[in-house]
Structure formats: structure tokens, C-alpha cells
Design a protein around this ligand. Structure first.
Ligand code: NAD
Length: 173
């Protein structure tokens, strides 16, 4: 039995993340998905709460054919202890999938097997690009699974993102 770990901030969860998870599901028996920076919300780079992101991922993966867990994980101040922090909040896992250089380095240094996940049409499927589109009033709904659109609409997420990004601009003046 192989259990994998995959972490992202998922601000928001999009079809790039989704493609990676579908691929991972073909290779392992179980998957632990970490909702990273769980303490963050209401910021221009991190508008959605951990709870909203859990719903996005969980609902989008309703038909994933393997057992999976979606768990919020707060950041810690020290990178050197982050892997132990993650391990203390998750079921034991055998392999990590990531494309984030820091995540890859920290897990490799801690002795984990890490597989680098390929990027899927990165210029289109990127949280930064989707948030920019939301702020500018452009179409973004086609870049995320339908259940993610529903979660964002339910929490007035676009309105929230516009408000917090306007406030952040004011602070930097
Ligand atoms: P993210 O949501 O930006 O990305 C998640 C994963 O999806 C990454 O591997 C990324 O490369 C991949 N991805 C993005 N677009 C893709 C696409 N189009 N196709 C395929 N894959 C794509 O999240 P992230 O910022 O990488 O998440 C890492 C989390 O780990 C953060 O929350 C970070 O704070 C946390 N972390 C915390 C510490 C600490 O607390 N000290 C240390 C390291 C990492």
C-alpha cells in the first residue's frame, strides 16, 4: 500500500492542481492533500480560508477513485522543522509529489522520496493569473472545476479579493 502526500495553498484550486492529482491517483493507493498556509485568508495572495479551500478540493475530488484526506496545515516559522510539523498532522505517507523547490528540498533533506510533478499549461492554470482575472473582472470560471466556482460564489470570494487587494494597495502607498 503506497500513500502519497501533495501540498498546495490552492488559492484557488485549479485545473493544473487537478491534473496533477488525477495523475498521482493512477500511481498510488491513497493520497493525503495538505491545504498549506492554512492560517492565511483575506489577503490578496491568499484570499480564501482553509475551510473554503478544504471544500474546494474535497468537492472537486468527489469522484477520485482512491481514498484521500484533505487536511489544513498551518505554516511554521522555521523551515527546518516544517517536515516534522507536516508529519505530525497527517497519516504516515511514503512519497511526496511537488513542484515547489522549497517543499522538494525540505522533504528530500528529511529523507523522503520526492517525485517532481509536471506543470500543466502553467501560463493558463496559475493561482496568480486566476486572482488577477478575478480582480480585473475577466472570466476565470473556466480555469477551475465547477465545485470550486460554487464555493467561491457562496463566499462572495471575488468581492472579498477585490476588497482586500484594494486595501493592500492602500497600505503600500
Ligand atoms: P500552490 O497552490 O501555488 O501550488 C501547489 C502545487 O501545484 C505546487 O507543487 C505547484 O508547482 C503546483 N502547480 C501550480 N500550478 C500548476 C499547474 N498549472 N500544473 C501543475 N502543477 C501546478 O501552493 P504552494 O505555495 O506551492 O504550496 C506550498 C505550501 O507549503 C505553502 O502553503 C507553503 O507556505 C507551505 N510551506 C510551508 C513551510 C513553512 O511553514 N516553514 C515550508 C515550506 C512550504
Amino acid at each position: 500500500m503506497t500513500r502519497a502526500f501533495y501540498i498546495g495553498r490552492f488559492q484557488p484550486y485549479h485545473f493544473g492542481h487537478h491534473a496533477v492529482i488525477m495523475r498521482i491517483a493512477e500511481e498510488v493507493d491513497e493520497l493525503v492533500i495538505g491545504i498549506g498556509s492554512a492560517q492565511k485568508s483575506h489577503e490578496d495572495t491568499d484570499p480564501f480560508t482553509a475551510g473554503e479551500r478544504v471544500l474546494m478540493v474535497y468537492n472537486a475530488l468527489e469522484h477520485l477513485p482512491i481514498r484521500h484526506y484533505v487536511l489544513p496545515i498551518e505554516d511554521v516559522r522555521y523551515n527546518s522543522i516544517w517536515v516534522h510539523h507536516v508529519a505530525s498532522r497527517t497519516p504516515r505517507f511514503d512519497v511526496v509529489y511537488s513542484n515547489n523547490p522549497l517543499v522538494i528540498q525540505l522533504f528530500r533533506e528529511a529523507g523522503f522520496s520526492v517525485k517532481e510533478s509536471p506543470l500543466y499549461v502553467r501560463e493558463r492554470y496559475s493561482g496568480t493569473e486566476i486572482r488577477r482575472r478575478m480582480i480585473e473582472g475577466k472570466k476565470w470560471e473556466h480555469l477551475v472545476p465547477k465545485p470550486v466556482v460554487d464555493v467561491i460564489k457562496d463566499c462572495d470570494g471575488v468581492e472579498r479579493l477585490r476588497n482586500v487587494s484594494a486595501n493592500e494597495s492602500n497600505f503600500s502607498l
